[in-house]
Design a protein around this ligand. Structure first.
Ligand code: SIN
Length: 338
């Protein structure tokens, strides 16, 4: 049988989320539900055209993704990387809660995109905004399209057929998984409503020169916290973090990543101690550029580009970890590629 005639073998990894959720009164109140209640195997029950694929399922977790941990990220990426080099797996789909999908999206991109390209496989991250028993539940259609994309059997409306990469599928849209960003608590396209659809001109967003290493199970991750700028912030929170030995800080600034003058002296101390401080915007959209609207050179801060604070935190944790294990990394250059 030629490769194009082979039935695609797709590994589906379940992490939980609303896609696996159950509402007690689905007709009356579908958004009042418990996430992570049914298994990934049960979820497949709602998928049509299953015979077109060999589907294998594994449950990595079954949680509400607000409870996501570093340990689960490590378990997930270990299994994904193993599958990327397994000849018996043609593509991977991950079902996940939407609350922290943006963290898992950037994490998988930074740790797997180069291996994806080498193995010419696709990883798809998906989920749902409605629980599995709600009328018009979106999980089955998101999962079905994800399986098609992972099998390289789905072109986008613009005719693109992806061959490799860490992809996000949601509400009929196909994006780079690192572009997930939940911008609404209840809209059906919440995690992708402001995410750019993959087109030829932004296909390069799927590329990465080298995968970053990540802490193995049992190892601790660098401690990175997010601090938000707002009216009259007190420097005490940053002072506390500095004194407790934080490894890095994300400043979710106002507008273009602006930071209140009350915080500037303590921020300068962070950089004098070699603790990276990364500026992004609490607006959640837009690009934060080096030395634009803020003097990064003087304060020793870094600009997070288009990363949201949640994504910037994952990125900074990985960058710090990679530096700790001896990789020579220019954070500024690396951030510019994210
Ligand atoms: C979760 O993130 O697990 C709950 C919310 C969702 O999946 O939409």
């Amino acid at each position: 049988m030629t490769k194009s005639m082979r039935i695609p073998k797709i590994l589906i990894l379940g992490m939980g989320g609303t896609i696996a959720g159950i509402a007690s009164h689905p007709e009356l109140d579908p958004l009042n539900y418990e996430a992570g209640r049914i298994s990934i195997q049960q979820l497949l029950g709602g998928i049509v055209q299953k015979d077109a694929y060999h589907l294998k399922t594994e449950q990595i977790a079954n949680i509400n993704s607000c409870d996501l941990t570093h340990e689960l990220l490590t378990r997930l990426v270990n299994r994904v990387r193993e599958a990327l080099v397994d000849e018996d797996v043609d593509g991977i789909v991950i079902t996940h809660g939407t609350d922290t999908m943006e963290e898992t999206g950037i994490f998988l991109h930074l740790t797997c995109a180069a291996l994806c390209r080498g193995s010419q496989k696709i990883i798809v991250l998906t989920g749902a905004m409605l629980p599995s028993n709600a009328p018009g539940a979106d999980g089955p259609s998101n999962l079905a399209l994800s399986i098609q994309v992972a099998s390289k059997m789905s072109t986008q409306s613009n005719g693109i057929l992806m061959q490799s990469g860490v992809i996000g599928v949601f509400a009929g849209r196909i994006i780079a998984a690192k572009d997930f960003a939940k911008r609404s608590s209840d809209q059906i396209d919440a995690p992708v409503k402001d995410s750019p659809e993959l087109t030829n001109s932004i296909m390069s967003r799927l590329l990465s020169e080298e995968d970053l290493s990540y802490p193995e199970l049992g190892q601790s991750w660098p401690w990175v916290e997010i601090v938000t700028n707002h009216v009259d912030p007190k420097p005490d929170v940053l002072e506390f973090l500095k004194n407790q030995g934080v490894s890095g800080v994300i400043l979710a600034g106002t507008g273009q990543g602006n930071i209140h003058q009350n915080l500037l002296p303590v921020i300068k101390e962070f950089s004098q101690r070699g603790i990276p401080v990364l500026r992004c915007s609490r607006t959640g959209l837009g690009v934060i550029r080096h030395n634009v609207s803020f003097n990064d050179d003087e304060l020793g801060t870094l600009a997070a580009g288009s990363l949201t604070s949640a994504k910037a935190r994952i990125a900074l944790e990985l960058l710090i970890y990679n530096r700790l294990i001896g990789k020579s990394l220019d954070f500024k250059k690396k951030l510019a590629t994210m």
